[in-house]
Design a protein around this ligand. Structure first.
Ligand code: SF4
Ligand code: SF4
Length: 339
């Protein structure tokens, strides 16, 4: 039976999104990495290990995700993964664009890495490579097949935008063919180098998706994919009448760690010096005020405060000036699985 549930926020399980560098071989149009805010440095292995230790308490309830940039560009990633495993993290995922540098796949084992998570933004070479760069479609598909053949569990992340939503209906057969176990849909947001400062590419290219398009397409396709036994997760984005708004910064336990030492609790704050924590001398300490924590407390009719500040285009108001709907926390997810 296909079951859909909203994944409730919980304080008793954590997700640590650990960006060990920001360097990348690709230049995706919607990249959320912002080197001026996240750093341009590559963390040395002793620093990675020290920062992992800072999260090691109750580690079996914590999911660790290694990211970049492209994390497989880091030559010490296998050693970092081994150390994280020795510290007892509940799950370890490596996010990758599929290039699998430094022969990472031969240097770690399925018992140590729980998932290799790949990124693809089109079901065709033409669309994907227009967004992510020439050759990235074939490389990603080959990487997934290789990881599967070596016994790794694989997942796929697909960021929906106006540049690829026309291909979403072609996802089910593609995903059935390549054989992944988890599928994550994301929605494009105004984040990162390509959305800020003088490079307002995302807004200028009208890459954002309308509410009606999202609601008419994504839940339906997600159900089709789940029928193959793939667990599908996608952001709720828009709250229905009577649905409760909650800010994950107050009621969940997520950490977005960047190589310049900033640690955020909210991804929408990552383009600003609003981090609530920071590594100083390899110790995780509270950051100076004013920071994201002060924003989490604000209670507004539109739902998410950061959404209203940085991407108000997806809000609508009635003639009396009242919001027609609330925007959910960007971390609130729907999960569909075939039980
Ligand atoms: S989205 Fe990922 S793969 Fe693409 S440029 Fe950014 S870090 Fe690299
Ligand atoms: S996206 Fe909005 S609701 Fe979610 S943590 Fe950030 S500020 Fe809070």
């Amino acid at each position: 039976m296909i079951r859909t549930k909203t994944v409730a926020f919980a304080k008793n399980s954590s997700n640590i999104f650990f960006h060990i560098l920001t360097k990348c071989n690709l230049k995706c149009r919607h990249c959320y990495i912002n080197p001026s805010q996240h750093g341009k440095n590559t963390l040395p292995l002793p620093v990675i290990n020290a920062w992992l230790e800072a999260f090691a308490q109750d580690s079996n309830s914590k999911n660790l995700i290694f990211l970049g940039g492209e994390p497989t560009l880091h030559p010490d990633l296998p050693a970092a993964v081994e150390y994280a495993r020795s510290l007892g993290f509940g799950s370890i995922t490596i996010d990758t664009n599929g290039y699998l540098f430094h022969d990472i796949i031969s240097k770690v084992e399925p018992g140590v890495v729980d998932y290799f998570s790949f990124s693809l933004d089109g079901t065709t070479r033409e669309t994907n490579d227009r967004i992510r760069g020439a050759g990235s479609f074939d490389t990603c598909i080959a990487g997934i097949r290789k990881a599967n053949s070596m016994g790794f569990a694989t997942s796929l992340i697909f960021t929906v935008s106006s540049a690829n939503i026309h291909e979403v209906d072609r996802l089910p057969p593609l995903l059935k063919d390549i054989g992944i176990s988890r599928f994550f849909i994301q929605i494009i947001g105004l984040r990162g180098r390509s959305a800020t400062g003088s490079q307002t590419l995302i807004r200028d290219q009208k890459l954002q998706v309308a509410r009606s398009q999202w609601l008419n397409t994504i839940p339906r396709v997600a159900r089709q994919i789940a029928k193959f036994g793939v667990t599908v997760t996608y952001p709720k984005v828009f709250l229905g009448t009577g649905e409760n708004f909650e800010c994950a910064g107050l009621v969940a336990d997520n950490y977005f760690v960047f190589p310049n030492g900033r640690v955020y609790r909210c991804p929408l704050c990552e383009d600003f010096a609003l981090h609530s924590l920071i590594f100083k001398n390899n110790r995780l300490v509270p950051a100076e005020k004013l920071n994201e924590r002060d924003l989490f407390q604000l209670n507004i009719a539109e739902g998410c405060v950061m959404n209203k500040l940085i991407q108000p285009d997806n809000l609508r108001y009635d003639s009396a000036g009242k919001p027609e709907y609330k925007i959910a926390c960007c971390l609130l997810k729907e999960e569909i699985r075939n039980d």
